[in-house]
Design a protein around this ligand. Structure first.
Ligand SMILES: [Zn+2]
Length: 438
C-alpha cells in the first residue's frame, strides 16, 4: 500500500567522531543505527554488534552497505557565514574595508529583488550541504523579506540554520541600511517571532560590526539580547587593523574594540565573535570571564590579508570554525580546519587531528550551545552526518591503505581533504545531498 514500516537504517562505514577537544572515537567496521522517524541516532558501535543487538530486540531495520568503504563524520558546523554573499566568493578587494565597500555592499543590495534572494538562498543551502555542512550560524541581510525567503528555503531542505536579520544603520549605502534603529529592532523581533523554533530553524541576532551601527542601534540590540537571552548573538571583532583603528577613533572613551561592545551591553555569554585576529590581553580575559565564543575563519583571514589569529592564546575560550563566505573562498569547514592547522604552525602552535575534528564539529556545536543535540555521533543525538569518500582520489586512497595508525589516517583525511570527497550529507537521518561516484 506504499507504506514502509521500516524506519530504522543500519549504515556500515568507517566512522570518526569527536569525544572532546583531545579525543576521538574511530570504528573501522563501524555501524550507525539511525531512527528516521525521529531523526536521531539509535546506536553507534561495531556493525556486527549493532546488527546482533537490533535482531535480539526484534527491531525491523534496513541494512545500508553503500558507504562500507567510506568514512562517516558528524555533519560539519559552520560558525560564521553570510547568506547574501553566497555567490560573492573571490570578489575583488585589497583589504576588508575596501572589499566591503566596492564588492560586498553593492552585491548585498541586489537582495532587495526577491527572485534573486531566492536563488541566493538555494545556492547557499546547496553549497553548504555539498561541503558536508549540516548546521550554520548565518549572517543575513537587512531586508526582512529576503530573510523570510531564506527561511522558507531552509525549511524545505531541513537544514539546521541559525540565521539573523542583519542590523546596520550607518556607514554603508543608504539603501542597504535599516531605515532607523527602531525599525531594525522591530524587524528582528518580528523575524524571531515568525521563525525561531520552526523546524530546524533557530534564529540568531546579528549586528554586522561596530562601524555600521549607531549607538542607538547598539543599545536597542542590547535590549534584544535582554529579551532573548537564549538566542545566539553574532558580530565581528578585531578582524583587521584598519577596522580596529576606525572603531577606536569613533569611540575614544573605549580602550579596546570589545570594550565598545561591552559599553553598549553587547558582550554576553550568548555572543559569538567572528575573527578575533588582533586581540588585546584584556579582551581575551573578557571573553574568558563572560564565556563568550569565537568563530575562527582562517581562509577568510588569508583572503583579505587580515592576519593570523593567535589560537594558542584563545585556548580556554569556546571556539568554532567559520567559512565566512564570501570573504572565505571555500564552503568547506574541513578546508578551514586544514588551514587552521598549517597557519597555526607559523605561531608555533601544533593542533593535532583530534582537535581539528573537534573544531569542525563539536566545537561549533558548543559555540551554538547545541552540543547536547549535535556535533558528534552519539546515541540520542541528531542523525546529522556526512560521508567522505576518498576513493576517486588515488593518492589519498593509497596513503590511507599504507597508514599504520588511526591518528595518521584522520590527519590525512583532513589535511588532504578536497570538497569533491564529500559523497553524501544527511540531516535528521535523511539524505539531503549526494553525488554518486562512477
Ligand atoms: Zn563575516
Amino acid at each position: 500500500m506504499g507504506y514502509n514500516p521500516i524506519v530504522h537504517t543500519l549504515y556500515a562505514a568507517h566512522i570518526f567522531t569527536p569525544i572532546d577537544s583531545e579525543k576521538f572515537l574511530y570504528l573501522d567496521d563501524g555501524g550507525l543505527l539511525v531512527d528516521e522517524k525521529i531523526g536521531t541516532i539509535l546506536a553507534i558501535g561495531k556493525y556486527d554488534d549493532l546488527q546482533r543487538r537490533a535482531e535480539v530486540k526484534g527491531l525491523v531495520f534496513a541494512r545500508n552497505n553503500t558507504y562500507i568503504d567510506d568514512y562517516i563524520f558528524p555533519g560539519f558546523i559552520d560558525a560564521h557565514i553570510h547568506y547574501p554573499q553566497a555567490n560573492l566568493l573571490a570578489a575583488p578587494g585589497a583589504n576588508l574595508l575596501e572589499w566591503l565597500e566596492n564588492s560586498i555592499f553593492p552585491g548585498e543590495l541586489r537582495m532587495r529583488d526577491n527572485n534573486y534572494a531566492r536563488q541566493v538562498a538555494r545556492f547557499l543551502l546547496h553549497s553548504m550541504l555539498s561541503a558536508g555542512t549540516t548546521t550554520a550560524l548565518i549572517y543575513g541581510v537587512t531586508f526582512l523579506e529576503a530573510m523570510n525567503i531564506f527561511c522558507l528555503e531552509a525549511e524545505k531542505t531541513g537544514f539546521r540554520a541559525y540565521p539573523g536579520k542583519m542590523l546596520m544603520d550607518t556607514n554603508a549605502p543608504k539603501d542597504l541600511l535599516d531605515t532607523s534603529a527602531e525599525k531594525g529592532y522591530k524587524e528582528t523581533q518580528q523575524f524571531i517571532k515568525d521563525w525561531h523554533g520552526r523546524g530546524n530553524i533557530r534564529t540568531s541576532i546579528a549586528l554586522r560590526f561596530a562601524l555600521t551601527s549607531t549607538p542607538q542601534q547598539m543599545r536597542l540590540t542590547s535590549k534584544l539580547l535582554d529579551e532573548y537571552p537564549d538566542l545566539i548573538f553574532q558580530t565581528h571583532l578585531n578582524e583587521s587593523e584598519a577596522e580596529i583603528n576606525d572603531v577606536l577613533a569613533q569611540n575614544p572613551d573605549c580602550h579596546t574594540y570589545l570594550g565598545v561592545y561591552d559599553e553598549y551591553g553587547l558582550h554576553r555569554k550568548q555572543s559569538v565573535y567572528g575573527h578575533c585576529v588582533h586581540m588585546h590581553n584584556l579582551e581575551r580575559e573578557m571573553l574568558r570571564v563572560t564565556q563568550a565564543s569565537v568563530a575562527h575563519c582562517p581562509c577568510s583571514n588569508l583572503y583579505l590579508g587580515s592576519g593570523i589569529a593567535d589560537l594558542k592564546s584563545l585556548e580556554n575560550i569556546k571556539l568554532g570554525l567559520g567559512s565566512d563566505i564570501g570573504a572565505g573562498y571555500t564552503y568547506s569547514i574541513l578546508e578551514n580546519a586544514k588551514t587552521t592547522h598549517v597557519l597555526q604552525k607559523l605561531n608555533n602552535y601544533y593542533i593535532p587531528p583530534a582537535k581539528l575534528l573537534y573544531l569542525a564539529t563539536l566545537g561549533g556545536a558548543e559555540v551554538l550551545r547545541a552540543n547536547k543535540e549535535i556535533g558528534s555521533l552519539e546515541e540520542g543525538k541528531k542523525a546529522d552526518f556526512t560521508v567522505i569518500s576518498p576513493r576517486q582520489d588515488k593518492i589519498l586512497t593509497r596513503l590511507l591503505e599504507e597508514t599504520s595508525t588511526v591518528k595518521k589516517r584522520l590527519h590525512q583525511l583532513i589535511l588532504l581533504h578536497n570538497p569533491s570527497h564529500i559523497r553524501a550529507t544527511f540531516i535528521d537521518g535523511y539524505k539531503k545531498y549526494s553525488v554518486e561516484h562512477n
